[in-house]
Structures are given as structure tokens and as C-alpha cells.
Design a binder for this molecule. Structure first.
Ligand code: FNR
Length: 362
């Protein structure tokens, strides 16, 4: 049957993938309250469409950190994509490039920065996890820069791994035929099987829990790439990120995989946008599955959004063609949303085009 929306790929992936892999991709932390709210919070925002505006031409293009994109829809870093499909990150990179948008490569990718660069031209960001061994970090950042990556997305919400109970039950670990390719040769490319989640043990062993704001400054001394701080949910941290030299902020709760009972990202967005005062761009990820969601995020002040799970689910279902289709469906839906709400370019999308629950309670 024909696939008509992004969400439909999840059921196909569930059928195709081993349970351990599907559960790793799909799960949130603990009660998965935030996982549910990441979606539901979008549904509590309604439109105030404007009518009788000439919408015969719609321009969805935008600029992110100076790079021209076909649309404000980008790809978030998701780890270990070769578990979904043999082409893994290669397929994602090609699909993003074909769509004229950015792919963010995970530190924990099953393809290296050099391999992804070899797929051809494209604007790519590199997501960084900071290891205890700073030589490893410095080396990896240099490699990403040399491979042509344009920015670092520094993940700051993972000093320890969130408690994902399915991964514990499944004794999740990276299948032995795969490696965390960026760390191959550094003796950090394999994940041992553990009594609980193999990934949680890996994080406990390797990731630096002491990471703090001074390290955001340190990172700027070892690279010329701009740094996006990924995992901001409050005004306080927005101000600190800007003071620390961040070039942008990603409002993210890690797809509800870290601290449970944090608000949906779309609920936290406006607070961050206000605190940023236009000094740096603010992006959002978490639960974006419809073109209407993209519009709502932009109306609340986001400069763009990133998608996570739709990429791995569509990869599992149809490889590169699946990821292309996800990007195309979101693009088409977003264009239609703009037309039906009377906006012909991104700058015409305003706060007045939506009404939030807070607005309605006022
Ligand atoms: C992630 N995410 C993530 N984030 C990160 O900084 N580094 C990583 O390696 C990963 N890996 C990862 C794997 C999987 C399977 C998921 C689902 C998520 C978080 C990701 O970048 C993003 O924040 C969320 O996925 C966005 O939410 P949605 O679109 O999945 O709802």
C-alpha cells in the first residue's frame, strides 16, 4: 500500500528489524512520558490561517550558518544506522544531499566521517560526544573538519545514558559485524555485551561526565567549525551557551531518550527563543512528523528543525529511497501548510499564525 505520511514507516520498520534494533530506535527513557508529549504538544497548537493571499509561489529556502538550504528541515544525528540498512549513513547522506539539506552525522555512526564525505558533495554537520580521552576528541574533530564537515553539534544532555528499559531487557549491544567507525583503531569502536544495556555501559566507561561550559570554550580552541549546543531546554542555559560562544542552539530532549518528564521540545522552544534575543539561531528536534509541525516550530521562532527516528525507520523500510521520501513528504506537507495559512516565504511565518494552549488560557 502507498505510504502517505512519515509516521507509517515506523510500523514497517517494526516488522523488518530485529526486536533489539527496533526497540533501540523507537524507545524513550523510563515511563516515556516525554516521548508521548513530544508528539502531543504539537497537537495542542492550532493555526490562525490568513486568507486571500496569493500563494501561487511558495519559497521554502533558508540559510543555516551561512549555508543555503532548500528547506528548514534537516537530519538529526542518530547512531548506528547500518543496523537499519546495509547502506546506513551513506544512504542518509545521499538522501540529504539530493534534498538540498543538512545531514548531521553521529559520533556513534557505523560509517566514518571520511566515508560519509566520500559519498559526494553535501553540507554536513558532525555531532560530538566528548570522551574522557581528550586526544581522541581532538583527533576526531580534526578529521571531521578535514573531511569537510561544516559545524559541530555538541551533545550536552548525555553525561550518562538515560534509562531505556527496552535496551536493558534486550541486553542491547552493537551487532558484532558493525563498528562505531569513527573510533575504529582507537580501540573504542566495539561495544561489549553487558548485564544491562551495552550502550549504557559504553557511555559510563568512555564519556566524560565532567563536561561543563568551560569545555565549550575549549572546543573552540581546537576547531574553527561553529558549535551548536544540542540539548538546551531552558532560558538560563541559552544565555550560558551564548556567553560560551555557541553559534546556535538546538532545543532538544534527545528524542525523549535522556531525562524523562522534561517538557516536549515544542513547549520549551519559545522560552529559549526569547532568551536568545536573536543573537544566535535556535533550532528544534523532537517529534517532528508533519509539515504542520515544522510550521509551528518556525512560528514559535525556530530557524529550522531536525528529524531523528523518521530517518532510521524509513532507512529500514526502503534504504536511501525511504529517506528521500521522508524528506519529500515533509517538504510537500510544509509547503501546503504555508499555502493554506497564507505564507509565501519563511519570513512571513509569524507568531500570530498559531495559538498555543498558554495563549488560550490567557
Ligand atoms: C538519537 N539521538 C542522538 N543524538 C545525538 O546527539 N547523538 C546520537 O548518536 C544520537 N543517536 C540517536 C539514536 C536514535 C535511534 C534516536 C531515536 C535518537 C537524538 C537525535 O539526535 C534527536 O535529538 C531525536 O531523535 C529527535 O527526536 P525524533 O525526531 O526522533 O522524535
Amino acid at each position: 500500500m502507498e505510504i502517505t505520511n512519515v509516521m507509517e514507516y515506523e510500523a514497517i520498520a517494526r516488522q523488518k528489524l530485529p526486536k533489539m534494533v527496533f526497540d533501540y530506535y523507537a524507545s524513550g527513557a523510563e515511563d516515556q512520558w516525554t516521548l508521548k508529549d513530544n508528539r502531543e504538544a504539537f497537537s495542542r497548537i492550532l493555526f490562525r490561517p490568513r486568507i486571500l493571499i496569493d500563494v501561487s509561489r511558495i519559497d521554502m529556502t533558508t540559510t543555516v550558518l551561512g549555508f543555503k538550504l532548500s528547506m528548514p528541515i534537516m537530519i538529526a544525528p542518530t547512531a548506528m544506522q547500518k543496523m537499519a540498512h546495509p547502506e546506513g549513513e551513506y544512504a542518509t547522506a545521499r538522501a540529504a544531499s539530493a534534498a538540498g539539506t543538512i545531514m548531521t552525522l553521529s559520533s556513534w555512526a557505523t560509517s566514518s566521517v571520511e566515508e560519509v564525505a566520500s559519498t559526494g558533495p553535501g553540507i554536513r554537520f558532525f555531532q560530538l560526544y566528548v570522551y574522557k580521552d581528550r586526544h581522541v576528541v581532538a583527533q576526531l574533530v580534526r578529521r571531521a573538519e578535514r573531511a569537510g564537515f561544516k559545524a559541530i553539534a555538541l551533545t550536552v544532555d548525555t553525561p550518562r545514558l538515560g534509562r531505556r528499559e527496552a535496551d536493558i531487557k534486550n541486553r542491547f549491544t552493537l551487532p558484532p559485524f558493525l563498528t562505531l567507525k569513527n573510533f575504529e583503531g582507537l580501540d573504542l569502536g566495539k561495544m561489549d555485551k553487558a548485564d544491562d544495556s551495552g550502550l549504557a555501559s559504553y557511555v559510563a566507561g568512555q564519556i566524560d561526565r565532567t563536561l561543563s561550559w568551560k569545555d565549550v570554550k575549549w572546543l573552540q580552541t581546537i576547531t574553527t567549525m561553529p558549535i551548536l549546543v544540542k540539548g538546551v531546554l531552558t532560558a538560563e542555559d541559552t544565555r550560558l551557551a551564548i556567553q560560551s560562544g555557541a553559534a546556535g542552539i538546538i532545543v532538544s530532549n534527545h528524542g525523549a531518550r535522556q531525562l524523562d518528564y522534561v517538557p516536549a521540545t515544542i513547549s520549551a522552544l519559545e522560552e529559549v527563543v526569547k532568551a536568545a534575543q536573536g543573537r544566535v539561531p535556535v533550532f528544534l528536534d523532537g517529534g517532528v512528523r508533519r509539515g504542520t509541525d515544522v510550521f509551528k516550530a518556525l512560528a514559535l521562532g525556530a530557524s529550522g528543525i531536525f528529524i531523528g527516528r523518521p530517518v532510521v525507520f524509513s532507512l529500514a523500510a526502503e534504504g536511501e529511497a525511504g529517506v528521500r521520501k521522508v524528506l519529500q513528504m515533509l517538504r510537500d506537507e510544509f509547503e501546503l501548510t504555508m499555502a493554506l495559512s497564507g505564507c509565501t516565504s519563511l519570513k512571513e511565518i509569524t507568531r500570530n499564525h498559531i495559538v498555543t494552549e498558554a495563549d488560550r488560557n490567557r
